[in-house]
Design a binder for this molecule. Structure first.
Ligand SMILES: [Zn+2]
Length: 158
């Protein structure tokens, strides 16, 4: 029906082409990768670098921890009314070894998650503005049970 526009909730932290991925920063002095890419100084204690160039990060990670929130977060977070519990996943990127927090992907069930399990970065809706614009954010989807961790993953027996 109506044409929805979608925009990142935060500009410059992720991209959807060619596939959803985060955009980190690589220290131009020592190569250390950070996320998000707005650090003032290199976190490497042996490096005095303070310039970073945008770099795409790997899409796969391992679950480091996860939790389901059963209460609305405080402002400035925007939550649907009535509130729907949501799951937050801390995933360690396989390539960069950075731990990145993100919501569990739409259509995934928290019971699919296990510490050490593999997840893949996707992009989904965070909230919808009153003008219909959908604000998007990266999310973590469990993988290894189906082609892309989508939909029918729940009925796989082990
Ligand atoms: Zn550095």
């Amino acid at each position: 029906m109506s044409q929805e526009t979608s925009r990142p909730a935060i500009e410059g932290w992720f991209a959807t082409e060619p596939e959803p991925h985060l955009i980190g920063g690589r220290c131009t002095t020592c190569g250390t990768v950070v996320f998000p890419d707005n650090r003032l100084a290199c976190p490497n204690p042996a490096c005095a670098g303070h310039e970073f160039e945008p770099t795409p990060l790997g899409r796969r990670g391992r679950v480091w921890s996860f939790a389901t929130n059963h209460y609305p977060p405080p402002e400035p977070y925007i939550t649907p009314d009535p509130f729907v519990p949501y799951t937050v996943v801390a995933a360690e990127l396989l390539a960069e070894k950075l731990v990145v927090l993100g919501q569990l992907a739409d259509g995934s069930d928290p019971s699919e998650l296990a510490v050490g399990g593999e997840v893949e970065l996707t992009v989904g809706a965070l909230y919808q503005q009153e003008d219909g614009t959908v604000r998007t954010v990266w999310k973590w989807a469990p993988v290894g049970r189906g082609a892309s961790g989508e939909a029918d993953a729940a009925e796989v027996g082990a």
